[in-house]
Write a protein that binds this ligand. Sequence first.
Ligand code: FAD
Length: 534
Amino acid sequence: MSTDDHRKTAVIAGAGPAGLTAALELLRRSDIRPLVFEAGPQVGGISRTIKYRGNRMDLGGHRFFSKSDWVMNWWQNILPIAADPLAPAAAVRLAYQGGSADVLPGNIAHAASDDVMLVRHRLSRIFHRRRFFDYPLKLNAATLRNMGVIETLKVGLSYGHARLAPHQPERTLEDFFINRFGDRLYRTFFKDYTEKVWGVPCREISAEWGAQRIKGLSVTKALAHAAMTPFHRLSDTAQKHGETSLIERFLYPKFGPGQMWEEVARQVTQCGGEINLRHKVVGVEQRSFEVIAVKVRDLTTGEVRRIACDHFISTMPVSELMVQLQPPDAELLRIATGLPYRDFMTAGLLLRRMTARQDAARGTAGNGMPPDNWIYIQEPDVRVGRLQVFNNWSPAMVADPDTIWLGLEYFCREGDDLWSMDDSRFLEFAAEELEKIGMIDRRDVLDGTVVRVPKAYPAYFGDYRDFGRVRSYLDRFTNLYPVGRNGMHRYNNQDHSMLAANRAVDCIIDAGHGKSGIWDINAEEEYHEETRSL
Ligand SMILES: Cc1cc2nc3c(=O)[nH]c(=O)nc-3n(C[C@H](O)[C@H](O)[C@H](O)COP(=O)(O)OP(=O)(O)OC[C@H]3O[C@@H](n4cnc5c(N)ncnc54)[C@H](O)[C@@H]3O)c2cc1C
């Protein structure tokens, strides 16, 4: 950092979507100089793209869609949308979890360019009993065939029973599911997966949370959708008039989500901001509820520097921030350090082919690759939760188009048996699991890599109930802005993190903006990245 620069500075901890949005907005809208410190070796946070021997993968698949026009325009300003070669001037309608947006032709870029976002159709199915089921469930011959007539009848009866004699009062997530889907459907399609994701029985999660997370989705709607599908083409008209949460089309950068954040980082640096990778914020110095400096450790040399600042935007986990602030009330520290998280691992597997399955048919490639973007694995005898097929997110994610590039997602806990498994053993384990459910022959695995993501999911149980006290303490600081997914302990998508970061910039530029505007983002909890049941 140059010493003859007398502009005010904002230190930003973290170069994920929140940190980078704040940095670019500060540069666009003020004279304040952002100094970004990122503990990891690359930008993008959980939305980064991992590059492995010419192949690219997300930590999970990252769909780009927001109900906020501001976010949609912001993204397009960084990476425009590739034109549909068949209708280059046509507006594109995107739809995602109850929202929709039209993309204006003026924003559409040339299809051949690399610096673009692609428009993708969602296909994600459920793999259960070694068979594919449509998601959302459709009332069609394939479903009946997969479930069998007897099982279908049992599901129907159990649904009827739940409607006539619902679990009252509806206290737990299990009650919530059973009341809407019936016991049998809940056990078939929701229980295992949800418990895999959160590592907690559905009986121990509150019904309120379920209500927020899968608002509007019910058997009735799924069945209504199933009945209506033959009358609509899977087209704009259907998306306009149908239940938008059930038909989805979203944006995806040609080279994965990291491409967006790498370009934002480039612009931040170009406009005079500073991004320091492998630099971790390890201490915060405050005086009378004003942050005056942070301590940053260079993870390459081990050296710790003191960086004076006028503002501090933190996207690091709020538990870590509280440890650094050392509040005088020990109870606050106990709540913050007790906040629950779920951790996450991805095994990237490169394959020659997959086992061709008749029921995977819909456009299955000659090498057996299913047409899905991702597949929910609902099989109790394996631990993998979801399977990403990166070829279907963007062909540019794969170096050799004749190979299949998969991401096997495991929800776990830092330090548990999966987390601690040696990488090569973990790759073997992942391949064994796919072989066990009949999707691959292990001998077709060509290569693989493992990524561990600590604190991937901030969870809303346990000590989270007292989080309001932590927030009140943090709100007393005049120039401290905790934003982002772990920064606010909010189950954010990228757009929520970006919006919160933008509101923090509003507050910095004009003190008239109250901090409550930041916390209002994503407070309704109605939609987040896809975990299907939650
Ligand atoms: C499996 C999965 C699938 C997802 N799918 C989608 C999707 O489809 N669409 C979507 O929009 N979103 C999706 N998300 C959510 C998205 O990844 C996050 O909302 C987004 O990355 C949050 O951005 P952030 O900047 O708030 O936090 P993060 O991405 O977590 O970035 C925080 C950054 O801060 C750094 N950091 C932490 N501590 C320190 C420190 N002390 N000093 C310096 N740096 C530090 C971290 O290394 C990290 O880079 C998904 C998430 C997961 C886990």
